[in-house]
Design a protein around this ligand. Structure first.
Ligand SMILES: Nc1ncnc2c1ncn2[C@@H]1O[C@H](COP(=O)(O)OP(=O)(O)OP(=O)(O)O)[C@@H](O)[C@H]1O
Length: 335
């Protein structure tokens, strides 16, 4: 990794955001009533979040729908003013949106686009070159690098609206990173992309992080993005940080079970395997079952002694399952 820029850190203290939501009864009468007497209520989207990111760190920012991820990222990039607490990004206070700050960060939202729809992506890149005052030599070098890593050759001169979703997302990323920001806020950068395209976006983010030592906060509903890029995970639920730690430690917070995979030499029926664990799945000579974490070695020894086992592996449950369980039981899992 290149030496991370010293001011690419993120410091968040007791950050809060409440939205005022105006409520209206349905229908015409409801509109009239709300016109006379407006009803509103406060939605606390982020309720006092604190964390620090070191320069060059990549973290996965996870949580169920409506947990407060996008709101947090918008506050960190200065698009929303916090209702309380403080944030410092690359040494700046995001809410001030100073030009020097905007040159140090980027916010990529997979659901929104910044490229100009009717023009080729190359034109949007030139606009960004002007906005961010990127010197010609740096612009050419970055374009050459991104064209190679993202495979942009041949698509830069096509009208953006004629690009496929994947091609467009690659151009969106290139446009957003053209000024070589040191802090990246990536909100669902791979949403809707096919598996191959997700992989190339991931490879690009990894390459950029290694090349420039950038700090990255990434939200994604595709756990493969998170497991491929981040070792540290922040989990937010109902506006509060409920976990901050290693990906492996998050897996341990799951059901308390581990997955034992077996390769058998002779077929064994599921009922027999149910004596050793739960959630038994048998497919020919392959089988899988869940075993309580504290009993893995005892049960594995019994399986090996009782059955004709060619291979046995023990794994943490997939991260999707862990997240489902955590949010299913709505239990705080403080890091
Ligand atoms: N502009 C807004 N006005 C009112 N409430 C809002 C606004 N934006 C978000 N909210 C509410 O704030 C909460 C947090 O929303 P946010 O978009 O930050 O969640 P999220 O974790 O990004 O969710 P998702 O994964 O679904 O994108 C939700 O209850 C949402 O309904």
């Amino acid at each position: 990794m290149t030496t991370p820029s010293p001011d690419a850190s993120v410091r968040v203290r007791d950050l809060r955001k409440s939205y005022t939501v105006h409520e209206k009864e349905p229908g015409f009468l409801g509109s009239l009533r709300s016109f006379v007497k407006r009803k509103s209520r406060e939605v606390e989207a982020v309720k006092g979040v604190s964390f620090d990111l070191a320069p060059g760190e990549v973290v996965g920012f996870l949580g169920p729908n409506g947990a407060g991820k996008t709101t947090t990222l918008k506050m960190l990039s200065g698009l929303l003013h916090p209702s309380g607490g403080e944030a410092r990004v690359a040494g700046f206070e995001p809410r001030r949106r100073e030009a020097a700050f905007l040159k140090r960060i980027t916010l990529v939202m997979g659901q929104k686009q910044q490229l100009i729809w009717d023009l080729p992506a190359l034109d949007s890149f030139l606009v960004n070159q002007a906005i961010y005052e990127i010197p010609d030599a740096q612009y050419r070098a970055t374009m050459a690098e991104f064209t190679e890593v993202l495979g942009l050759e041949g698509i830069l001169k096509k009208q953006v609206r004629k690009l496929s979703l994947g091609e467009r997302m690659k151009c969106e990323l290139a446009a957003a990173l053209l000024h070589r920001p040191g802090v990246l806020f990536l909100d669902e950068p791979t949403i809707g992309l096919d598996v191959n395209m997700q992989e190339s976006v991931r490879a690009f983010i990894r390459d950029y992080n290694e090349r420039y030592g950038a700090t990255v906060i990434l939200t994604s509903h595709y756990m493969a993005d998170v497991t491929a890029l981040a070792r540290r995970i922040l989990v937010i639920d109902q506006g509060q940080l409920v976990f901050d730690g290693d990906l492996a430690r998050l897996a341990e917070r799951g059901s308390g079970g581990k997955t034992v995979r077996l390769q058998l030499r002779h077929p064994v029926n599921a009922a027999r395997l149910a004596n050793y664990g739960s959630d038994v799945r048998v497919d020919g000579l392959s089988a899988e079952l869940t075993v309580p974490r504290g009993e893995v070695s005892v049960r594995a020894a019994r399986l090996l002694a009782d059955l004709d086992v060619a291979d046995l592996t023990v794994e943490d449950p997939p991260i999707e399952q862990v997240m489902g369980e955590l949010f299913g039981r709505k239990e705080a899992v403080s890091g």
